[in-house]
Design a protein around this ligand. Structure first.
Ligand code: FAD
Length: 462
């Protein structure tokens, strides 16, 4: 049995783990990272990147299809065709390039990479079954970055026609009919993409609203677009099983219904990967199924940290990366603590939704008296010239000091506003700071400036 002794062992090379290992390596910490599948984790291989590639391809196809039938711009095209197998090869090419990039960055930072599944022997020792035998790794400090996996419904186990997001990202052809169980961001992003590629899509959501984490104003343009795309959305409905190429559901009124579905995509949430590799025996404190951490990502066991999806919501790649970077610096002896004011969240639906900080209702629930400014994109020149006027930018601030508490937007391409939103919140901006910043014309970002002006009572373009 081979043995490695190191200062830092990172388990899992997703965005949390690989960033932690790279930063630790840069700071001269003797670091080993163990990964059982491919570098980049869920995000790079079966999450953020492949889903956005598919969404882009579907958008392009839909744009051309739309042009062939409703053409206001004076462009003529033949009816387009989509070869999904080629789209998937293109997507796999991007994933492959990024995989190699991550491995290259780890090597450049002098991180030792071990391929295989880690299993805890004790809090500081793991065994890894590699292709060449068992490798034992002992470390002074361990970072658990094992991420999350899709939750299955007992009535709809994965397999055959019942897919998780992972299989949905590698289909060989577009299903004629697709039922999406779970109207959260993953289900809607993929459901919209398949609808644009030509599938007849039905979304079944148990709650009263799709995207239940967002307020109704933000969701309305997304619901409208789904309707325009011919997607049937059933809220308050529960999936009961799949038989005879149909999804069996119970509607909000308690009636049974069968929905024709060649494929069923189940996106009802993700659970932390905490089982089956000896973690149970460490007896770490938990919050529900997630590992409990403090403001430095320390677990209840000395010298054992946890980062990313395994530590709970929001399960987002950029949160995992920020935690990974912080933990690496702490291990290298720097004084760091989690003091982020905002973790932006983007929903890559059509149109996109971006949020950072508090919504008006959340701010009021926290006892703030608020000023809210909302600027609609139908008063924005750039939105008009790109034929996408749905949506708005909204600014929420304290009524007494004008300190910005939250920023939200829904509209085409608003994901790119996320950095302005986070920067404003991190820097403690007031409405006047945003209103007084020159925003380039004509851009959608002018909507942010106008929303701040509106909250101050003197919007210029509305
Ligand atoms: P993961 O990325 O899950 O990585 C964990 C790694 O640990 C995996 O590679 C796994 O193989 C490895 N591992 C687990 N156990 C062991 C073991 N015992 N031994 C060795 N290795 C092990 N987030 C966003 O911010 N933006 C998005 O647009 C977005 N889109 C998404 C779309 C989809 C379809 C999905 C499913 C997720 C999406 N996410 C998105 C979420 C994002 O992918 C996760 O938040 C992120 O990957 C979490 O990073 P992580 O490092 O915590 O874990």
């Amino acid at each position: 049995m081979k043995e490695i002794v190191c200062k830092l062992l990172v388990i899992g090379a997703g965005p949390g783990g690989y960033i932690c290992a790279i930063r630790a390596g840069q700071l001269g910490v003797d670091t080993v990272i163990v990964e059982m599948t491919k570098a980049g984790g869920t995000c790079l291989n079966v999450g953020c990147i492949p889903s956005k590639a598919l969404i882009h391809a579907a958008e392009e196809f839909d744009k051309v299809r739309h042009m062939a039938s409703h053409n206001a711009l004076g462009i003529t095209v033949e009816a387009p065709k989509l070869d999904l197998a080629q789209t998937i090869r293109w997507k796999d090419g991007i994933v492959g390039r990024l995989n190699s990039g991550v491995l290259g960055l780890l090597r450049k930072a002098k991180v030792k990479i071990v391929h295989g599944r880690a299993r805890f022997r004790d809090g500081k020792t793991v065994e890894v079954e590699t292709e060449t035998g068992t490798q034992v790794i002992r470390a002074e400090t361990v970072v658990i970055a094992t991420g999350s996996e899709p939750v299955a419904l007992p009535s709809l186990p994965f397999g055959g026609a019942v897919l998780s997001s992972t299989e949905a990202l590698s289909l060989a052809s577009v299903p004629k009919t697709l039922a999406v169980v779970g109207g959260g961001y993953i289900g809607l992003e993929l459901g919209t993409a398949f609808a644009k590629m030509g599938a007849q899509v039905t979304v079944v959501e148990a709650m009263a609203q799709i995207l239940p984490q967002y307020d109704a104003d933000l969701v309305k343009p997304v619901a409208k677009r789904l309707n325009d795309l011919g997607v049937r959305v059933m809220t308050g409905a529960k999936a009961k099983g799949y038989a005879g190429e149909a999804l069996e559901i119970e509607t909000s009124s308690g009636k049974g219904e069968r929905i024709a579905a060649d494929k069923v995509l189940v996106t009802v949430g993700r659970k932390p990967r905490t089982e089956g590799w000896g973690l149970e025996e460490l007896d770490l404190d938990r919050v529900g199924r997630f590992i409990r951490i403090d403001e430095r990502c320390r677990t209840s066991m000395r010298g054992v940290y946890a980062i990313g999806d395994v530590t709970g919501e929001p399960m987002l790649a950029h949160r995992a990366m920020a935690q990974g970077e912080m933990v690496a610096e702490i291990v290298a002896g720097r004084k760091r603590t989690w003091d982020k004011r905002a973790i932006p969240a983007v929903c890559f639906t059509d149109p996109e939704i971006v949020t950072a900080g508090l919504s008006p209702d959340e701010a009021r629930a926290q006892g703030y008296e608020v000023r809210v400014g909302l600027f609609p994109f139908n008063a924005n020149g750039r939105a008009m010239t790109t034929q996408s006027e749905d949506g708005f930018v909204r600014a929420v601030a304290r009524a007494d000091t004008n300190l910005v508490l939250g920023l939200q937007a829904v509209g085409a391409g608003v994901s790119e506003l996320s950095s302005s939103f986070s920067l404003a919140l991190e820097m403690g901006a007031r409405l006047e700071d945003i209103a007084g910043t020159i925003h380039a014309h004509p851009t959608r970002s002018e909507g942010l400036q106008e929303a701040a002006l509106k909250a101050l009572g003197h919007a210029l373009h509305i």
